[in-house]
Design a protein around this ligand. Structure first.
Ligand code: FES
Length: 161
């Protein structure tokens, strides 16, 4: 994976700030993610070169902690609840329909960077199961058809039909 958004000056600044400080890998990764919205692979390699921390260790940390993202996020995050109530109410079929509609799998982002799909645990509104959340909007009793319509509407509103 390569990225075209790398600003080496910014990365250098981040690395200088933490230079020589023990236990600074996580704060460095947090700062990089804050800057780019995710952790570009090229930047992680620079972090490895500058800090002497092996890339395997850096990638290990990025995959262990849920807060880190190795892929860019879409403008809209689509969350599908897979808690117990939603699971028994058809969350699996809902996710399948959304994956089909967006052409991506869980945790992926569409090529146009409009949507990122995430399966999540209980969202706390079980009486509305199954639940899909797009950005700030919660859609309860969301059938596969309803989800597809909602996503098409968002796409249309974004001028990306
Ligand atoms: S199980 Fe889905 S909102 Fe609680």
């Amino acid at each position: 994976m390569t990225t075209k958004v790398i600003d080496n000056k910014q990365t250098k600044k981040i690395l200088e700030k933490f230079e020589g400080k023990k236990g600074s890998l996580i704060p460095i990764l947090q700062a990089v993610q804050e800057k780019y919205g995710y952790l570009p692979e090229d930047i992680l390699r620079q972090v490895s070169t500058k800090t002497g921390i092996p890339t395997s260790q850096i990638f290990g940390v990025t995959t262990f902690y849920a807060q880190f993202r190795l892929q860019p996020r879409g403008k809209h995050t689509v969350r599908v609840c897979h808690g117990t109530a939603c699971h028994v109410s058809g969350a699996e079929q809902l996710s399948e329909a959304i994956e089909f509609e967006l052409g991506i799998k869980d945790k992926e982002t569409t090529e146009d960077r409009l949507f990122t799909l995430e399966s999540v645990a209980c969202l706390g509104c079980c009486s509305l199961a199954p639940v899909m959340v797009v950005g700030e909007h919660t859609y309860g009793r969301c059938s596969p058809d309803k989800a597809a319509k909602i996503l098409r509407k968002v796409r249309k509103e974004e001028g990306k039909e």
